[in-house]
Design a protein around this ligand. Structure first.
Ligand code: 6PG
Length: 215
C-alpha cells in the first residue's frame, strides 16, 4: 500500500461479476474508492465495449455504479496489437506499482480458475507463462484461439494477497485435486500460484467445495 492507496488486479469471468454487483449495491459497503487502483490479471484481446471484455464486465457492474475516479482504472487495451499491449502494460505496472523482488507487487490479486485449472489466462498448454521473466505476456485460449494478455505467474505470486474466488460444481474436482495435492494436480496452472511471502486464500461456494470439505 502506498500513501493510503491499494493496487488490486481483478480477473474476468462470471464470479467477479457477482462480487462487483454486490460491491456496487447502493451504500452496502463504505468503500473509499478514491484509494483503490484497479488493474487486471488478464484481458481478452477485444474492444472494451465487447461483451467478452473483462474491463467491460467490471465497468458495467461496478465502475458505472460507484464513484471510482477514472484515473484509478488501469485497463488492459484489448483492442491493441497483443504483443505491443503486453509490453505497454508491463511498463505501466513497472511505473505505477511498487517493485518488490524486482517485480510489481500488487496488494491484492483476485483470481478464478477454470475447469481445466487455468488461472488468469495461464492455460495448461502454456505453463511457461508461470515462470516467464516478463510482467505480462500474450496467451492464447486453447479452444477459441482468442488472444489474451495475462499477468505472468511470477507477478501473480509476488502479490501480498492472492484470493481465489471459485463457484460452481464444475470446478469441484479441480479444486479437490489442487487443495489436496491429489494425483497430477501440478498439471493445473492454478496449483502453481502461491505467494512468495504473502497470503493465499481460496473462497469457494458449497458446490465448488463439494469434494474438498472434510476430505
Ligand atoms: C478470464 C478469467 C479467467 C476466469 C476463470 C473462471 O478472463 O476468463 O480471468 O481466468 O477467472 O475462467 O471464470 P468464472 O469465474 O466465470 O468461472
Amino acid at each position: 500500500m502506498v500513501k493510503g492507496k491499494i493496487n488490486i488486479a481483478v480477473s474476468g469471468g462470471s464470479t467477479p461479476v457477482m462480487l462487483f454487483s454486490l460491491l456496487a449495491e447502493e451504500n452496502k459497503f463504505k468503500v473509499q474508492w478514491s484509494g483503490v487502483n484497479f488493474y487486471w490479471a488478464d484481458e481478452r484481446c477485444v474492444r472494451p465495449d465487447d461483451a467478452q471484455s473483462n474491463f467491460g464486465s467490471a465497468n458495467n457492474t461496478l465502475f458505472r455504479n460507484t464513484n471510482i475516479p477514472k484515473e484509478n482504472i488501469h485497463r488492459i487495451f484489448g483492442e491493441n496489437e497483443p504483443d505491443e499491449e503486453a509490453v505497454r502494460y508491463s511498463a505501466v505496472l513497472r511505473k505505477n506499482i511498487a517493485q518488490v523482488n524486482n517485480l510489481p507487487q500488487f496488494d491484492l490479486i483476485l483470481l478464478g480458475t477454470g475447469e481445466d485449472g487455468h488461472t488468469a489466462s495461464i492455460f495448461p498448454d502454456q505453463m511457461e507463462l508461470l515462470t516467464s521473466e516478463k510482467n505480462c505476456a500474450v496467451a492464447v485460449h486453447p479452444e477459441s484461439n482468442q488472444n489474451r494478455i495475462t499477468l505472468t505467474g511470477k507477478v501473480i505470486s509476488n502479490a501480498e494477497r492472492i484470493y481465489f474466488l471459485v463457484t460452481g460444481n464444475s470446478k469441484a474436482r479441480v479444486i479437490e485435486s489442487i487443495l489436496n495435492k491429489k494425483g497430477d494436480y501440478l498439471k493445473y496452472p492454478a496449483a502453481h500460484i502461491h505467494p512468495d511471502n504473502g497470503v493465499l486464500k481460496w473462497y469457494l461456494d458449497k458446490e465448488a467445495a463439494e469434494f474438498t470439505v472434510n476430505s
